[in-house]
Design a binder for this molecule. Structure first.
Ligand SMILES: Nc1ncnc2c1ncn2[C@@H]1O[C@H](COP(=O)(O)OP(=O)(O)OP(=O)(O)O)[C@@H](O)[C@H]1O
Ligand SMILES: Nc1ncnc2c1ncn2[C@@H]1O[C@H](COP(=O)(O)O)[C@@H](O)[C@H]1O
Length: 187
């Protein structure tokens, strides 16, 4: 039996993580797990998670790690991840990356890839302004980029030090990016 596959999408807001994750999930028939989507759904339903996360998401700040760690552990063990999983939006800081590393050490049946989509800031801003999500305002986009550079970019170094980072030029057509991704994931 082939190993379980794990794909971890890194890259700034607007780099195309969600778009490419959805494509890959369709091809590989494995779930696309977006922490942003999980949080937005929880906010819309006003669940306890949503109530705690709301102000952070609206302001473009990272929600506290304590809200997400158990959730990720449980989600990666659900039945639909039998063949694999795609993480989009997690890890978002070094503490989350260290948590995931420990979790992956328990998953000895999983071969995983950390993918970084590289796109210049000015292109990201333009893409996000055209996407039009509630947190896609000029001010919140600027803040999310600042949070990305301060808190999430160090995660790239974390994977690079482990020789586990695959960077892709994300400033190309959707199909070109997908082709590079498929070449790395190799299935
Ligand atoms: N290669 C591309 N070329 C042009 N536009 C793109 C490309 N990839 C994604 N987009 C568009 O850019 C916007 C942002 O893409 P997407 O939502 O996938 O980014 P993301 O990295 O998941 O962002 P976030 O972290 O904010 O959720 C979307 O409107 C999407 O259609
Ligand atoms: N892994 C995360 N840690 C903290 N906060 C997170 C995480 N993933 C998502 N968030 C929050 O949700 C919004 C939207 O996320 P997208 O990935 O852009 O959909 C993000 O700004 C954080 O507030």
């Amino acid at each position: 039996m082939s190993k379980r596959i794990g794909v971890i999408f890194l890259g700034p807001p607007g780099s195309g993580k969600g778009t490419q994750a959805q494509r890959l999930a369709g091809t590989l028939q494995i779930p696309h797990i977006s922490t942003g989507e999980i949080l937005r759904e929880a906010i819309a339903k006003a669940t306890p998670l949503g109530q705690q996360a709301k102000s952070y998401v609206e302001n473009g700040d990272l929600v506290p790690d304590s809200l997400l760690l158990d959730l990720i552990r449980e989600r990666l063990q659900q039945e639909d991840t039998e063949k694999g999983w795609i993480l989009d939006g997690f890890p978002r800081n070094v503490a989350q990356a260290a948590f995931l590393e420990e979790l992956l050490q328990e998953f000895t049946d999983t071969v995983w890839y950390a993918i970084n989509l590289e796109v210049p800031d000015e292109v990201l801003i333009d893409r996000l302004l055209h996407r039009g999500r509630q947190d896609d305002t000029v001010e919140t986009i600027a803040h999310r980029l600042e949070v990305y550079h301060k808190q999430t970019e160090p995660v790239l170094g974390y994977y690079r030090e482990r020789n586990a980072l695959h960077s892709i030029d994300g400033h190309r057509s959707l199909d070109e990016v997908t082709d590079s991704l498929t070449a790395i994931v190799g299935r």
